[in-house]
Ligand binder design. Structure first.
Ligand code: NAD
Length: 319
């Protein structure tokens, strides 16, 4: 059976991907420095994986590897701002080390890039051919430019040394195990925790900016499709084209959770894209389509946080 190394496997996407691969009978090796991931995310598969607490920049592995999925990178805006050097280097030097490992093992290499490479896209939904523009020096740049350079490295090694690469441009994904706190939480999970804890729901700007959201099992399903049927040398958007205004999402979370939280408007961060949505037709040609709509996904995520936080069910009741 194929052996897959998941870098960043203790994180949000990585731990769900680990669960799915184990379920399908793959051998899974997880590499994670636990900077933003948690060992407990892997507790249900702990005895069935090999785990290495190490940095992607230093890691080596003596045995056969068939696939490497590089998901290692802090992924929330507050983290790019707090740990800018680490984020930039993980996507460059760390990525470089894993690419060289993939070449030595003749393994398929899937690199997790991001919709952030499109910057403020003028074509919505955005296809893979769209050439994005981002600031090299703005506060988002360690991540945006890190991902752009990460992609450049994959393409360079493909051309010069025959890397078997696939670039995944992942759009906003949400669901259980994503960090939901006020500091490092990403939008839906942050809204859900704020609603459950009765805190104000923090919306940046007036909330008219849009994003397209994909539930975690659908994003993981897309990564599985690419591992099994993706074309080497290609770039795939992973996301859907249903645009939602952030204020609509905040109100949806409020109504589904019956929360009495107020909505608090905060200044819009610099370079925040006003619209974002994925043209995922290329991925759909592999047979993929999202299965969980936003309302259902929010419900599932709410249930998870309510259980994890041990929040009394009165937060989830009307009245
Ligand atoms: N979740 C999304 O909506 C989304 C969107 C676009 C792109 N992505 C990309 O997908 C990947 C996974 O994102 P996520 O949401 O699961 O984030 P996450 O923070 O939950 O997971 C990232 C994991 O990588 C680990 N890590 C970070 N730096 C490392 C290093 N130098 N060495 C070893 N491990 C390291 C962290 O400890 C964590 O477990 C990231 O590369 C992210 O940029 C995610």
């Amino acid at each position: 059976m194929s052996r897959v190394l998941i870098a960043g496997g203790a994180g949000f996407l990585g731990s769900h991907l680990t669960d799915a691969l184990i379920e399908k009978g793959y051998e899974v090796v997880v590499l994670d420095n636990l900077s933003s991931g948690l060992r407990t995310n892997l507790s249900s598969v702990e005895s069935r994986i090999e785990f290495f607490n190490d940095d992607v920049a230093k890691f080596d592995y003596p045995k056969r590897l068939d696939v490497i999925v590089n998901l290692a990178s802090r992924a929330s805006r507050m983290e790019w701002e707090t740990f800018p050097v680490e984020v930039a280097l993980t996507n460059s030097i760390g990525n470089n080390n894993l690419i060289k490992l993939a070449i030595r093992k003749e393994a398929l290499y899937l690199y997790a890039s991001s919709s952030e490479v499109y910057g403020k896209a003028k074509v919505i939904p955005t296809p893979e051919e769209y050439i994005g523009k981002t600031s090299t020096v703005g506060s988002r740049s360690p991540y945006d430019e890190g991902k752009r350079f990460g992609e450049t490295l994959v393409k360079a090694y493909e051309r010069e040394l025959g890397l078997r690469g696939i670039i995944m441009r992942i759009f906003n994904t949400y669901g259980p195990r994503m960090r939901g706190g006020d500091t490092y939480g990403r939008v839906i999970d942050r809204f859900i925790m704020q609603a459950l804890e009765g805190k104000a729901i923090t919306v940046y700007g007036d909330g008219s900016q849009t994003r397209s959201f994909t539930y975690v099992s659908d994003t993981v399903g897309a990564i599985l499709s690419l591992i099994e049927n993706g074309s080497e040398g290609e770039i795939y958007n992973i996301g859907n084209d249903e645009e939602k205004k952030i204020i609509e999402v905040a109100n949806l979370v409020k109504s589904i959770s019956y929360s009495k939280s107020s909505i608090k408007y905060l200044p819009l961060p610099p370079d925040d894209p006003s619209r974002r949505s994925a043209d995922a037709s290329k991925l759909r040609k592999l047979g993929w389509s999202p299965k969980i709509d936003l309302e259902n996904g929010i419900r599932r995520t709410l249930n998870y946080y309510a259980e994890t936080l041990n929040i009394a069910d009165h937060f989830m009741r009307k009245g």
